[in-house]
Each structure stands twice: as C-alpha cells, then as structure tokens.
Design a protein around this ligand. Structure first.
Ligand code: ITT
Length: 214
C-alpha cells in the first residue's frame, strides 16, 4: 500500500481465505464494532470486505455526516487507489436541536454517556435519532455515492447493557424494548441505522457493473 502508511489493512471478512482484490471493497474505519456489523450484513449479499485503518489522519469536520463520509472516502481513494467506503454516524437528540449529530465522535470522547444523560436529566422529550451515512468511491469515480439510514428511538435515563459500543447503552430504538447495548449484533442489525445504510449500499454494489472485475 502506498502513501506513507496512510492506511493499513488490519482485518478482513471474506468468503475466501485469500480475498480477490478485484471484487473486495475496503471499509476505512478504526472501529471494529462497525466492521463486524458490516461483515454480518455483507455476508447475506456475498460481498467481501477488508477493514482499513487510517493512520495519522485527522477526520475532517463538516456540519453533516454525509459530507464527512464523502470527503473521507474521496481522500482515501486518492491515497490508496482502491475502492473504499467510509461510514459516518451520529446521534441526533431532539431536545438539543440535533446535537451532537456530526460532532458525536468528539462529544463521546470528551464527555461520554454519563454526561449526556446528566445534560438530559431535566428534559422531558427524550426522542433521538441515530443516522448513518456511507460514502463509496473508487479510482474511476470523481465523486462518492452516499447511502443513508436512520433509526428513531429514545434516550434512556441510565445506561443499560454491556454489548456494542459508543452510545449503545443509552439508546433504545422504537422497534425494540431493549437498548442497543442489550442486543446481540444480529438483533441490532435487524433495523439499525447502519444496517439500513449498509443494505442500501450492498444492494447497489451487488448489482453494479464492475469494470475492474475482468
Ligand atoms: P470511524 O473510524 O469509522 O470514524 P468512529 O467510532 O469514530 O469510527 P463515527 O465517527 O461514525 O465512528 O461515530 C461518531 C460517534 O458516534 C462515535 O463516538 C461512535 O462511538 C458513536 N456511534 C456511531 N455509531 C454508533 C452506534 O451504532 N452505536 C453507538 N454509538 C455509535
């Protein structure tokens, strides 16, 4: 891989022991939980994916998760010359006018779940939405294609569950009576924001004519 170790392949989820690089899509993420969720969804579509980690790259900040994902995908293609996708997700809290939204990563790292629950303690409206934006691009493309997914739910009053990651213990989707952190990966993937975006992407990718296949 070129460009000063910008990205290194560190994991893979393929049907074969040795992935065919012509039919593999590279998931640029540092988050193994996201990668595992993607593998489970892609398994049902027969798509091979390899996890790639950004090294010494600061994620650009924009006001929408779509733009963050798109810019990151374009940058990764430029540096690696490979077909890649990037996913950016965020928790949008209704009573806070959508905050933290695109700033979710920073907010989670700096104040975390307990402080968010404290912030929310006097607020009656606990509605929140998880959104996911997946941006795919490859060397021949000038732009990225973006696929989005969302799930509505509520912020819990205290953390529940030990599975998952990030905001999972404080979010309960409307489709279930468990928090995301109380669900197995398969249960979360049934209707999560990311699974919805991944399915849209996988459906498109599975049907896409691939010039680089032959
Ligand atoms: P990348 O390397 O793919 O960017 P990340 O963990 O930084 O991984 P995001 O920027 O997309 O992921 O996520 C923003 C924040 O939202 C981050 O703190 C995540 O932990 C959290 N988050 C995203 N998706 C989530 C999910 O499905 N469940 C719980 N928290 C989530």
């Amino acid at each position: 891989m070129n460009s000063r170790s910008y990205i290194g392949a560190i994991g893979r989820c393929t049907m074969n022991a040795f992935p065919d690089l012509k039919t593999t899509v590279f998931f640029v993420t540092g988050n193994i939980h996201k990668f595992n969720e993607a593998c489970q969804v892609f398994g049902t579509f027969g798509i091979s994916t390899v996890m790639m980690k950004r090294i010494n790259v600061v994620e650009a900040q924009f006001d929408t998760i779509e733009e963050i994902a798109e810019r990151s995908a374009l940058e990764a293609v430029q540096k690696t010359h490979l077909p890649v996708f990037v996913e950016d997700a965020g928790l949008f809290i209704k009573a806070l006018n959508g905050f933290p939204g695109p700033y979710s990563s920073y907010v989670f790292r700096t104040i975390g779940n307990k402080a968010i629950l404290k912030l929310m303690c006097r607020l009656r409206n606990r509605n929140a939405t998880f959104r996911s934006a997946i941006a795919y691009s490859e060397p021949r493309m000038k732009k990225a294609i973006v696929f989005v997914g969302k799930v509505d739910g509520k912020l819990l009053k205290k953390e529940r569950g030990a599975r998952g990651f990030g905001f999972d213990p404080i979010f309960q989707p409307n489709f279930a009576s468990k928090s995301f952190a109380e669900m197995t990966l398969e249960e979360k993937n049934q209707q999560s924001h990311r699974a919805l975006a991944l399915c849209k992407f996988a459906e498109w990718y599975a049907l896409k004519p691939r010039a680089h296949k032959s």
